[in-house]
Design a protein around this ligand. Sequence first.
Ligand SMILES: [Zn+2]
Length: 111
Amino acid sequence: MTLGEKQKKFVKMVGQLIEFAYANGYELTFGDAYRDPRVHGQVGEKKSYSSANSVHKQRLAVDFNLFRDGKYLTKTEDYLRLGDFWESIGGSWGGRFNDGNHFSMEHSGAK
Ligand SMILES: [Zn+2]
């Protein structure tokens, strides 16, 4: 799969994740999605808060803010149902490395 094919598949999967979240009583707002290399550095370059090899720079990651009953949920375990769903459709969930709001696709070894 080329990077472009992977990026398009990722967006479609994010749509499924959003539908799943709302169907299960959650609400979401966007955090970071694409991180522009002009601001965050090229892949492999550390220039901001972003890690050098972040897949956000490859358009393969999104961070969500999670809400239920109007309450902002911040713990990694709060995102577990979404993480399990995300993994079931082929994604990599940041909760496996203590970054529960991060949903990505692995690329060149980075998640
Ligand atoms: Zn992230």
